[in-house]
Unconditional design. Structure first.
Length: 147
């Protein structure tokens, strides 16, 4: 059942009643207030009819069959290192806060730290290059000892 037609019909009835009140009752406060209420109800019913109208949807035919199958790839594990990696906590002067900052720079192990230059690391961490040079030297020494 189409409710939009019913709402439109009720709105039109409210407008007709509002238009016929003044000639029958005269212009006093009560008929004017009643006429305004009927006009507001008429607007409400018209808006309700407009919102309840049937929508036109465009149906698009599928040109190609849709594939629902998902191709699953095997999970590849990262290669395991041949020798154990040395942690940053073994380097003197590097605490938990510095380890967190170094991890943000993708420096996870002493091997990663040994590849950096002291100046680049100092500018990224905003500390003295003398300190970073000591860290890098210690990391290189640890790598030599491990191998």
């Amino acid at each position: 059942m189409r409710f939009d037609i019913i709402f439109y019909f009720l709105g039109i009835i409210c407008f007709i009643l509002a238009a016929t009140i003044i000639p029958f009752w005269g212009v006093t406060l009560m008929p004017v207030a009643f006429m305004i209420v009927l006009l507001l109800f008429g607007l409400f019913f018209m808006a309700s009819g407009y919102s309840a109208r049937p929508r036109k949807y465009k149906i698009i035919a599928a040109t190609e069959p849709v594939e629902t199958r998902v191709e699953r790839k095997p999970i590849q594990m990262p290669p395991t290192p041949s020798k154990p990696l040395t942690g940053l906590d073994t380097i003197k002067g590097i605490g938990p806060k510095r380890i967190a900052k170094l991890n943000e720079l993708q420096i996870m192990y002493a091997e990663d730290l040994a590849r950096f230059s002291a100046e680049d690391l100092a500018t990224k961490l905003k500390i003295s290059s003398k300190i970073t040079a000591k860290w890098i030297k210690q990391a290189q020494n640890l790598i030599k000892e491990a191998s």
